[in-house]
Ligand binder design. Structure first.
Ligand code: NOJ
Length: 749
């Protein structure tokens, strides 16, 4: 009897819901067409069922934070869960989805979330590395592949892109973002959303994006993860908020709160942020999920005295789904009885979550993402491996190359490969490696072995030392290997867990033992290239003084070794440019290229003069600036021209510059456009990135690179916090990085 009545409700419910729905599923169905179905559903839902939709629990298959409730399967059956994260594979997802769809009264399907941050099984370079490619279409394509793989294993929702701007390399999570620049970060975030969500979210190979972490999580005091954020409203609006907005405008279906407070208000209780700004002003129509247990954390933050109050604050702020703190499920009912919250607040939250499920096509087919055939065929395909390899080559940044040490000559006889990162499969994955497996990663040693067959040289490999252990026992073997080699490759850097979440460092030097090893090997005076593996800019001032060549490779993922070897042998010419400044010293942090001039800038004619904005023990300039990166070839910039010296409101400035490849290799160059607003109602940065072009120029040839600029591109928050451009004098700069290039002046009337 029970089963029959169950089935009856189920059939009636689905026939209401799906009448006339199938033919439309292939096309993008507008919000209003689902709205009716959602309204009908809301009418028959009990309060418990509604609150259940707001609950997101981890399956515990992957641990991405403190685990709180192991009873998730029971909860699903009781209709107390709207979404699950960290549950993978078609078999497991099917099992859990079945509990929701077949064993609960209304059979509402679950969302399945996961941190698909730089690939799912095929792991691509970490996002910071990807950003150094300045290649928006590759970034989008990598997320298309990631979404295809993830959705083939049951996942329909990713906790990405992470678009937190950061100027502080002590913060370990810089590895997950696109660096320090707002404009570039906005474009990259939007590209990722498009890659994940594809053309139609109801296609089975697309997944829902979740922009994170709203807001300003990348600016914690002293670079310490989860720490307090305090900044002016102008800085928040101008530098930190635009990337989230760009992702919303690109259609991101969900957004995640951040752990931090801003100006005394923790994100998960910030009504201004989530309701006034995000919903009312930006018109966000997706749903808001908290970061891990951050509703509960309103208690230690000191804005809620207990869990009930925390839940009320969060719901009232506009938070709709509670990740892992079980505050909503345990307290909202009582809070409603006590009239601390309204039923409308709950209903609104449920509606937005149901809408996401409709958009994903889950009401049409809850098992849409559970296709065992796809799971067999669509992971780690040769095409995605080749793409991953290419992406590694595009993400590497050549930091130094004295006397053209690189590329390694093809007639080399013996290479000594030394260092703790030369053969560490695990570390290639970087942080947030989703379902990536160390066993699938190609190390530099493995890749060199292949090149050795191709170019006919010998390799001697010695670990030299470990990543952090101070023991120097392995030095002797390493020195011995290097002495008999005619080229030394030194693979140094961080362990993959030294960056990422909860991995802030106060000292971002190379671990001491590695620097010591490098000093000894460099002193042999052999052709030597350092290959760096790390998740953040490092203070490699000492290394930079003596190492003949330095190639920054970050953590390259599954195909790391192959891509790096392609670059080392000049099969691919490096073209990456830094998207985060490398400081000389930790004391320079926060550091970024788009600084203000101050009232006391250093006078270039008298740089030693005391009363200027400078340090007495270190230059102001970074070790490597934003936008910097070398090639094996050389590019020269000439003939910067603008088509008019003055422009009015509706004019477009046309800019052109000649870029010549004067070196010996064909190669890509990332040509960058910056501006400076000389006088404003508020101070303006000395440079702001406004555009870039990545161009391929064969050796001996030149290209004319053009840009367009309009007054709209020069908007900022003026004295009254209005987003406007102001007339006056401007400088523009076109060049290979944020500190060099040619400049011109123009005026806006
Ligand atoms: C905490 C992290 O801050 C967030 O980025 C991630 O998505 C969640 N844990 C879930 O793993």
């Amino acid at each position: 009897m029970k089963i029959q009545s169950h089935l009856y409700i189920f059939i009636i419910f689905f026939s209401i819901l799906f009448s006339g729905c199938h033919s439309e599923q292939k096309q993008k169905i507008g919000k209003s067409e689902y709205q009716q179905k959602i309204d009908s559903l809301i009418k028959i839902m009990t309060l418990d069922e509604k609150i259940g939709q707001l609950n997101l629990l981890s399956s515990g298959w992957d641990i991405t934070g403190p685990t709180m409730d192991p009873n998730f399967k029971q909860f699903i059956k009781q209709g107390k869960v709207g979404a699950i994260f960290n549950a993978l594979t078609v078999e497991f997802v099917t099992e859990l989805q079945r509990l929701a769809v077949e064993e609960t009264r209304l059979g509402i399907p679950l969302l399945f979330g996961y941190d698909v941050v730089h690939g799912y099984r095929t792991i691509f370079p970490i996002p910071l590395a990807q950003s150094c490619s300045w290649d928006l279409s590759m970034i989008e394509q990598s997320e298309r592949i990631a979404a295809t793989e993830a959705s083939a294993e049951g996942i329909n929702w990713t906790f990405a892109p992470m678009v937190d701007i950061s100027r502080d390399p002590r913060w370990g999570r810089v590895s997950e973002g696109a660096g320090e620049d707002t404009w570039l970060g906005s474009q990259m975030g939007a590209a990722r959303v498009k890659g994940f969500q594809g053309k139609d979210m109801s296609d089975a190979n697309t997944i829902l994006a979740c922009v994170k972490h709203f807001a300003a999580y990348g600016a914690p005091e002293a670079g310490r993860d989860y720490n307090t954020v305090d900044m002016s409203e102008r800085t928040l609006f101008e530098y930190y908020l635009p990337p989230y907005k760009a992702c919303i405008d690109a259609g991101a279906g969900s957004i995640m709160t951040s752990f931090n407070e801003i100006s005394g208000v923790p994100s998960s209780s910030n009504r201004w942020l989530f309701t006034e700004l995000l919903r009312n002003k930006w018109g966000f129509i997706g749903f808001v999920v908290t970061d891990y247990a951050s509703i509960f954390e309103l208690i230690p933050h000191g804005v809620a005295s207990d869990s009930a109050m925390a839940g009320e604050l969060a719901l009232h702020a506009g938070i709709e789904m509670d990740m892992q703190s079980t505050v909503f499920i345990n307290h909202l009912k009582k809070s409603l009885e006590n009239e601390k919250i309204t039923l409308k607040e709950i209903d609104d939250a449920v509606k937005n979550i149901l809408m996401a499920k409709y958009n994903l096509g889950l009401f049409d087919d809850p098992y849409r993402y559970c296709n065992a055939q796809r799971e067999k065929e669509e992971l780690l395909t040769p095409v995605s491996q080749q793409f991953a390899r290419d992406f590694v080559t595009k993400s590497c940044v050549l930091l130094k190359n004295e006397n053209q040490t690189l590329p390694i000559p093809a007639n080399i006889k013996k290479i000594a490969l030394i260092g703790p990162l030369a053969n560490s499969k695990e570390d290639m994955l970087g942080s947030w490696s989703a379902s990536g497996k160390a066993v699938h990663c190609i190390t530099l040693l493995e890749a060199l072995e292949e090149k050795a067959t191709k170019y006919n040289f010998k390799i001697e490999y010695a670990e030299g030392c470990q990543i952090q252990d101070p023991s120097v026992k392995g030095f002797a073997r390493a020195m011995h290997a290097a002495k008999s080699a005619d080229f030394v490759i030194l693979a140094l850097g961080e362990h993959r867990n030294m960056s990422g979440e909860a991995a802030s460092r106060t000292n971002i030097n190379l671990p001491e033992v590695q620097q010591e090893l490098a000093n000894k090997l460099i002193a042999l005076d052999k052709p030597l290239a350092v290959v760096l593996f790390n998740g953040r800019p490092l203070t490699i001032t000492e290394l930079n003084k003596t190492a003949p060549a330095i190639l920054e490779t970050w953590f390259g993922g599954t195909q790391a070794g192959n891509g790096i070897a392609d670059v080392l042998f000049g099969e691919v010419i490096p073209s990456g440019k830094l998207t985060m400044t490398f400081p000389r010293e930790v004391g320079q942090i926060p550091i970024h290229y788009n600084v203000k001039n101050t009232g006391r800038p250093i006078d270039p004619k008298n740089p030693e003069y005391k009363y200027r904005s400078k340090y007495i023990d270190c230059p102001n300039e970074p070790l490597y600036p934003f936008g910097y990166g070398l090639s094996y070839t050389q590019f020269e910039y000439s003939n910067l021209t603008i088509d008019k010296p003055e422009l009015s409101k509706s004019d477009t400035l046309h800019i052109s510059i000649e870029v010549s490849n004067t070196g010996n290799y064909d190669g890509f160059e990332i040509v960058q456009l910056y501006t400076r607003d000389l006088v404003g109602s508020v101070t303006r940065p000395i440079k702001e990135l406004k555009g870039f072009k990545k161009v391929f120029i064969p050796k001996g040839q030149k290209d004319t690179v053009t840009f367009k600029l309009t007054p709209r591109d020069l908007k900022f928050y003026n004295l009254k916090m209005k987003y406007v451009w102001e007339p006056g004098e401007f400088l523009l700069f076109v060049g290979p990085n944020s500190i060099s290039g040619l400049s011109a002046e123009f005026r806006i009337l």
